[in-house]
Design a binder for this molecule. Sequence first.
Ligand code: PMT
Length: 406
Amino acid sequence: MATPQKILLGITGGIAAYKTPELIRLLVKKGIAVQVVMTRTAEQFVTPVTLRSVSGERVLTADWNNQEDPFDHLNRTRGLAAALIAPATANFLGKLAHGVADDLLLTSVLALECPLFVAPSMNPRMYANPAVQDNIRILEGRGVHIIRPDEGEMACGDSGAGRLPSIGHLATVIEEAVGPTADLKGKRIIVTAGPTEEPIDAVRFISNRSSGRMGVAIAEAARDRGADVTLIHGPLSIPLPENITNISVRRAQEMMDELAARFGGCDMLVMAAAVSDFRPSVVYDSKMKKNEAGLSISLEQNPDILERLGKHKENRLIIGFAAETDNLLQNAREKLLRKNMDVICANDVGRGDIGFDNDYNEITLISRTREPLSLPRLPKRQLADRILDEAARLLSSPRAAASGQG
Ligand code: PMT
């Protein structure tokens, strides 16, 4: 099955629409990509810009007018794992039950080929109205999954059944419907993340702004796709992932040693760590005094971990990153070949809105066998799944055994 799993989230104009950014955030965290389609009234409760920010995908609104591809909204309903309408108003239920297609959301929903989940949410007296209940029965009779509303006090002051169920519940329903993608099941994958720290003295060190987010996102995505994951990481500024073997290191040499001990037993290595290229030639045990080393620190080169491991690649898959500020694709391609990788993620680290210490990234995937693939700016977890799509494709092809030293 194609990954990451993608769903359509239809948002109609109920007050509970304000909860949908949080729902999208949860789904994306679970590795589920979300294509939002919203009605004009929904825009009164939540903005397309907010939904675009959390989903990382273009939001289709009632004013959608795509001259380049008038069938874009229909194309976006293909290959979906599921669709969820939340909140679904009485108006939407009535129109869907009777096949009315007078806006973009209804048109898209009528064209769906995947399971459809609908979460009605409205005033309890409206929800209890026989017309609404009849429409729900019609939809259920056609195989639509109705997620019943919760009971409780409503924004309007009335009490009863009509509240949108918790965001956590909706996310779980969708996660179960979509099912886990296990295309990396049984694969032993090592991921590196974060910076390395090269000590100067007892309290000072050379490092960089890597937070570890990119590497951790790849490790979590690989775990969720069934892989047996080991994460070798420098000092991280984010929590450690669960159900992953986490190995903490500080210096590049320690990362090299841990990798050298494990590389032989893995199917794939993803080097997302920002390894320090240099280290001080002398490390002082105590804190240096102002005048102790003069104003210069002499540096020596760290091992290039990937270059060394690349020499013993055999049929393992190696994916690396190229953090570049100039000549992005050219420099990335040079590193791909010199370090004997299969795929390199060319990463423009000169930009402030992606890369180091950011929740988002944007990369171009360069491999030996395919044209470069430019991926859009996406939350790192979504990008991780796009990288692993390529990894899963290569792991299941005869490529690995065939690729030799670059
Ligand atoms: O951690 P985040 O805040 O989420 O930021 C993500 C990131 C920007 C750090 C990440 O996406 C990234 O680009 N990582 C690679 C950083 C880097 O060291 O790039 P490089 O072009 O200097 O190195 C090329 C490749 O060789 C990398 O895969 C690197 O891990 C590896 N390398 C580098 C130096 C070295 N001595 N040994 C290595 O193995």
